[in-house]
Design a protein around this ligand. Structure first.
Ligand code: GAP
Length: 587
């Protein structure tokens, strides 16, 4: 059997209905996966846990925006220009590869994405890298930027190009003018979204880890950078493993084991909002079953940061010795709202009321158009606008006799006396500010994959090998498997009744009466069902059932009347299986 947990997870996932490559009937298409019955439920349980922590508990609002957006959105966001990966094509077989990944696989470099293209080309030659598909040498082949967005046409014809969103975030940013009103124009406020994002990845790999269609769970937290502070005290004691950029740059760089509070104090986490969300994220990952011994936060190297990010830390998990990104926690500053404000006709600012009205000096201009018109012709209007901007930004330029402005690359000199320049005192009740954004951005599929891989166990029960998933009851697709010991004497009917009752009580239940009882246990173990209930002769005679716990395989008898309540308690963590074993001791 393979030592590779990833391979075992992929095999189990396909066999037991967690996930598998889509469109198999037509040969499959790389980068598209279907979540089967087990996987879809596990994924939706992970999403609900995320919603609970990042929307409900934080008091943020959730929205659901379209996945197709018109081109101007991505001109403004910078994705049309800057959302590229490095592509190298094999001259022999034509297969496309991510040049930075080829370099990472062949060297110690962890993030070749941060390396300039020319150096990546040099490394390909230096390390004699070959096409992974056909073995042809790639030295001398050009490495190019490849834009990852899927393009489409909105409506018939090609007059309105659109793109499948590469991140759910843009669906939130473009609606800021309305969302701020729902938040009563008060900062800070947060908006979340769980939905599909699309990236035309050059080389999808590792099953659902790098795909072309995936689910993101994102929070855009809009803040006033001058005034708003995160409630850091709530997470300051959370222990974190950090891998700062400074350590990654050293030959033998090491992790920093610390707490969120100390990391802020020591200047390792320089942005308190990002620190706060690291402190929220870590216990959440633990809650859904990510192994904390295989989990870290890694700071982006400067060249690696996305075009919009001022600082970014990734949550990463380890499987089979490889680390991969689970989430990015970024400080996006006012980048996105400023851009949409600039490119669209709407206001992406928010009016911030002062505590007390302020009297301020304001420089204004009132250009003499009867002079500017004849003197500058068609440029007069733009020159007047440029004078106004100059007055707002730097009034000292009006100190001399003339002032010069630049319009479309040409310089124009205007006598100050013709500008109508004046400084007046005005009382202002507030100002328009562009909020900043802190963004925890989670990939749901990568959590699902990690949770399965980290829960994967093999042991021996009664001399037989067993595979089981030690999934947390909150995310396990099925909470209870209900079995009749035999399909006779009314056991199956009673088991069906009990299964229905448990479902009515909100539990995820699987009923199974096929095959030997041991095989039924194994089937549930393999999909991570934490509890199984068996209906036997004692059930019919005394009204009790056997409840078996997955990891220890221990069993106890529970009254049918108390079964739903006991299992609900086990699922939500309100009680433990040990308490069921010895109720008297637990009191
Ligand atoms: N809005 C910010 C943003 O999209 P990102 O780091 O590009 O940031 C966030 O993506 C998360 O989305 C990643 O941490 C990862 O979990 C997930 N993700 C990104 N690309 C993915 C892909 N091709 N396949 C699966 N998940 C992906």
């Amino acid at each position: 059997m393979t030592e590779d947990i990833g391979e075992r997870v992929v095999e189990l996932a396909k066999r037991r209905g967690f996930f598998f490559q889509s469109n198999g009937a037509y040969g499959g298409v790389s980068g598209f996966y279907t979540y089967g019955p087990q996987g879809a439920t596990l994924k939706s349980n992970v999403e609900n846990a995320w919603r609970d922590r990042f929307a409900v508990q934080e008091g943020h609002q959730e929205i659901d925006a379209p996945t197709v957006m018109p081109e101007p959105v991505f001109e403004a966001s910078g994705h049309l220009d800057g959302f590229d990966d490095m592509l190298v094509e094999c001259p022999e077989c034509g297969e496309s590869h991510r040049a930075d990944h080829l370099v990472e696989d062949a060297t110690d470099i962890e993030d070749a994405e941060a390396v300039p293209i020319s150096e990546v080309e040099e490394m390909i030659a230096e390390h004699d890298l070959v096409c992974p598909n056909c073995g042809t040498e790639l030295a001398g082949e050009p490495v190019q930027d490849f834009n990852l967005m899927f393009e489409t046409n909105i409506g018939p014809g090609s007059s309105q190009p659109g793109y499948l969103r590469p991140e759910t975030a843009q669906g939130i940013f473009v609606e800021f003018p309305r969302l701020k009103e729902y938040a009563r124009n008060q900062l800070p406020f947060g908006v979340t979204q769980i939905g599909k994002a699309y990236r035309n990845e050059i080389s999808p790999r590792n099953s659902i880890i790098r795909v072309r269609e995936f689910t993101q769970a994102e929070l855009e937290h809009f803040i006033d950078p001058e005034e708003d502070e995160p409630p850091l005290e709530r997470v300051e004691d959370v222990e974190v493993t950090l891998y700062p950029a400074s350590e990654q740059n050293k030959e033998n760089g090491d992790y920093v084991e610390t707490t969120v509070g100390d990391a802020v104090e020591d200047g390792i986490l320089t942005n308190e909002w990002v620190a706060y969300y690291l402190g929220v994220a870590k216990p959440w990952y633990e809650r859904v079953g990510v192994d904390m011994d295989r989990f870290r936060f890694r700071q982006h190297l400067p060249g690696e940061r996305a075009h919009y990010a001022a600082d970014c830390w990734d949550a990463e998990s380890e499987i089979d010795g490889d680390w991969f990104e689970l989430a990015g926690l970024a400080y996006r500053s006012d980048y996105d709202l400023s851009k949409h404000g600039e490119y669209s006709d709407e206001e992406f600012t928010l009016f911030k009321q002062y505590d007390e009205p302020k009297t301020v000096e304001r420089a204004t201009v009132d250009p003499d158009m009867s002079y500017l018109g004849p003197e500058f012709g068609g440029q007069a209007g733009e020159i007047a606008d440029a004078l106004e901007t100059k007055a707002e930004r730097d009034r000292t330029v009006f100190d001399g006799d003339t002032v010069s402005v630049e319009v479309d690359g040409d310089e124009y000199v205007v006598p100050v006396e013709r500008t109508g320049f004046a400084v007046e005192e005005v009382t202002e009740s507030g100002e328009h500010i562009t909020p900043h954004v802190v963004e925890p951005s989670f990939g749901v599929g990568r959590v699902v994959y990690t949770v399965i891989a980290h829960a994967y166990r093999e042991d021996e029960v009664d001399g037989e090998e067993r595979t089981y998933l030690e999934l947390d009851a909150e995310v396990a697709p099925t909470t209870v498997g209900v079995f009749p010991l035999m399909d006779k004497d009314g056991m199956a009917e009673r088991a069906r009744e009990i299964a229905a009752e448990l479902r009515e009580n909100g539990l995820d239940v699987t009923y199974d009466d096929s095959g030997a009882i041991g095989r039924r246990y194994r089937r549930q173990d393999e999909v991570g069902t934490p509890f199984c209930v068996t209906v036997d002769y004692e059930t019919l005679e005394e009204g009790t059932v056997t409840v078996r716990e997955r990891d220890t395989t221990e069993q106890t008898r529970v009254d049918v009347d108390e079964l739903a309540e006991s299992l609900a308690g086990l699922r939500n963590g309100g009680r433990t299986f040990d308490e069921l074993l010895a109720p008297a001791d637990a009191e």
